[in-house]
Design a protein around this ligand. Structure first.
Ligand SMILES: CC(C)(COP(=O)(O)OP(=O)(O)OC[C@H]1O[C@@H](n2cnc3c(N)ncnc32)[C@H](O)[C@@H]1OP(=O)(O)O)[C@@H](O)C(=O)NCCC(=O)NCCS
Length: 111
């Protein structure tokens, strides 16, 4: 997992790849994303977290959605890969939404 904060310390841009070390389809992606969000809101004190992912990456979007992210928009034809332009999907989640799903004191990890 890679994360970057902007220079103001208020925007958080996460990146995730569990495939190399853990394999995919085991819910590690969802679980890791939840833990990352917990740290973003509880430790870093952020108010919102957003990410971009390729429109074609349905597995990632589903994992992020299960962790609490919502579809926020599309950056049309903004990704250039293998000689073609592709859409990026923007997803975000606010602290308020996350705390409604996982009230402080509850666990966010996979049961
Ligand atoms: C994306 C990634 C982090 C997801 O992690 P994961 O452990 O595979 O994801 P999870 O098992 O938690 O959840 C995947 C969900 O997507 C669903 N899914 C899988 N393929 C799908 C597809 N083609 N369309 C729709 N949903 C799909 C799974 O069924 C599962 O949902 P469910 O639990 O409701 O059945 C992981 O696959 C990965 O590291 N991929 C390579 C790098 C990458 O793409 N990173 C994201 C960059 S933005």
């Amino acid at each position: 997992m890679q994360c970057s904060l902007d220079e103001t310390g208020t925007e958080h841009h996460p990146g995730l790849d569990v495939q190399e070390c853990l394999g995919f389809g085991e819910r590690y992606g969802t679980d890791t994303t939840r833990v990352m969000l917990w740290a973003s809101f509880h430790i870093l004190g952020l108010n919102t977290v957003f990410l971009i992912t390729l429109e074609s990456n349905k597995r990632a979007q589903r994992a992020y959605e299960k962790a609490g992210f919502k579809h926020a928009g599309v950056l049309r034809q903004s990704a250039y890969m293998l000689g073609k332009f592709h859409d990026f999907v923007v997803m975000d989640v606010t602290k308020k939404e996350f705390f409604e799903m996982y009230p402080p004191g509850t666990e966010v990890g996979q049961p």
